[in-house]
Design a protein around this ligand. Structure first.
Ligand SMILES: *Cc1c(COP(=O)(O)O)cnc(C)c1O
Length: 469
């Protein structure tokens, strides 16, 4: 027996368009989406009238166009959360971006009235802050490392300790970058112990550079040894090869002042004798995504004039935000102005007081909440295994995964952490001026969360839970 062709039951694209009334601006993509919806229905042997398919098309279209890049509240307790955009910018940097958005003298010399140098703006400030001769800025630190290797060691050998052949994350592996730069990797030492004599034994006429890479996201402890930066610098100078130090995070402030371990500062790396020091703009520096190379004038000039430079150069908004960020270090106000340092410098007592007051506000709104003590981290490839005392607000009343999901759909979305199977909002990574927005976002999300929202436990007005989508 022959069944009726189910395709007969499907409306035409034209009929769906007539039922859906797309505007002129959305007509083309509505049509494309309608075809996709029809194809899906055909494959599933589904049927329906034009109005049903128009509604389905409309829903599919809004799902496609849902805003995915949104401002969120980072309550993870990880100050530099790579997935959440690392360093939040300071008001000064934001103002600088707005000011640079129009016509701006990015490559124009206002005194001479002719073409100027894109790289000059931040270079002087960076060189001063690092006590280095010169500096250059690119898109990110991965680009800075690539550029330094390509400019100083292409077709030459680069010596790296086995314990420093690391993967930073997001697939950034030092051996791969080295290969892409056109340099040849020469590994020395062992995973746990490498001495200056290992490097010395590997140097020959084909050597272009010695590369030191900061262990950003792991710690090797126990029976370990590594060559001093000074020894590597002396060795490099003696054989006239470059000593490149990839610091990763790169800081101008001493992290040990905040109860954290000591990270080598950019200035200290230069004083050790590195020819080129590279670091990120959006890690501990607290600025925009950028890669910075500071160092010896001749070496930096080689980076600047390399053909790759054009492909790696930063845009005017980045330069503006970076300049504004660097100015806070020059003025001695970085700790007060840059969100990253404000978060790191926040005292545990101050955070605890904020957590108690947030917990009280939530409890008053019918959400079971309590302040708890936690440990926060800096993250973003700096200070591995180091933690700071912090406080969080733990929320109960529903399963943690469900609560975390409800918070992600808050307005603005709130990204929480899970501590001992409880959803917790760690306030170290939240600025105090955002506490009120955070409280309102949580109350909004959990009060409308429906049957599984904790508000039901208290006063649970059905009318309120019906507000869910
Ligand atoms: C983070 C990091 C990088 C990559 O820096 P991006 O700015 O993310 O490109 C490179 N090297 C080290 C050691 C790092 O920690």
């Amino acid at each position: 027996m022959k069944r009726a062709d189910p395709r007969r039951a499907l409306p035409s694209v034209d009929a769906i368009l007539r039922a859906g009334h797309p505007s002129d601006a959305e007509r083309a993509r509505f049509t494309r989406t309608a075809r996709l919806v029809l194809a899906r229905a055909r494959a599933a042997r589904a049927s329906g009238d034009a109005a049903t398919f128009a509604a389905e098309t409309r829903a599919a279209l809004s799902e496609r166009e849902r805003l995915t890049l949104r401002s969120v509240i980072n309550a993870t307790g990880v100050v530099l959360q790579t997935n959440l955009g690392r360093a939040p910018l300071s008001p000064r940097a934001l103002a600088a971006i707005a000011a640079a958005a129009g016509a701006v003298s990015v490559e124009y010399d206002l005194v001479a009235g002719k073409r100027g140098e894109r790289h000059g703006h931040a270079a002087r400030l960076l060189a001063d802050l690092a006590s280095a001769e010169d500096a250059v800025v690119v898109n990110n630190n991965a680009a800075a490392v690539l550029l330094a290797l390509a400019a100083l060691a292409s077709r030459k050998e680069v010596i790296v300790a086995r314990g420093e052949l690391v993967e930073i994350g997001g697939g950034f592996r030092i051996p791969d970058v080295l290969r892409r730069s056109g340099a040849k990797l020469v590994e020395v030492g062992t995973t746990n112990r490498t001495y200056a004599r290992d490097y010395a034994g590997a140097i020959n006429e084909k050597t272009g550079a010695i590369l030191r890479v900061h262990a950003s996201n792991f710690k090797i402890t126990g029976f370990v040894a590594r060559a001093e930066g000074r020894e590597l610098a002396a060795l490099a100078r003696e054989h006239n090869v470059a000593f490149i130090h990839d610091l990763g995070s790169g800081t101008f402030l001493d992290t040990s002042r905040f109860g954290l371990g000591k990270e080598l500062t950019v200035g200290e790396a230069i004083r050790e004798g590195a020819d080129v020091v590279t670091f990120s703009g959006d890690k501990l520096l607290g600025g925009p995504q950028a890669g910075i190379a500071v160092g010896d004038a001749e070496r930096i000039a080689a980076l600047r004039s390399h053909p790759l430079m054009r492909a790696l150069r930063p845009d005017k908004l980045t330069i503006a935000a970076l300049l504004a960020t660097l100015a806070t270090y020059r003025d001695g106000t970085a700790e007060k102005e840059l969100p990253v340092w404000r978060m790191i410098a926040a005292s545990p007592r101050e955070i605890a007081a904020r957590a108690r007051s947030l917990a009280a506000a939530l409890t008053a709104a019918g959400i079971p909440a309590a302040s708890i003590e936690v440990r926060s981290t800096v993250g973003g490839g700096s200070l591995p295994e180091e933690t700071q005392p912090s406080s969080a607000v733990a929320i109960g009343g529903a399963p943690a995964t469900r609560l975390a999901q409800a918070l992600r759909s808050a307005d603005p979305p709130v990204i929480a952490r899970i501590v001992e199977e409880q959803v917790a909002l760690d306030l170290r990574s939240v600025l105090p001026e955002d506490d009120e927005v955070l409280a309102r976002a949580i109350i909004g999300a959990l009060a409308k969360g429906g049957a599984d929202g904790p508000s039901r436990n208290q006063n649970g007005p059905r009318a309120r839970t019906r507000r869910s989508v």
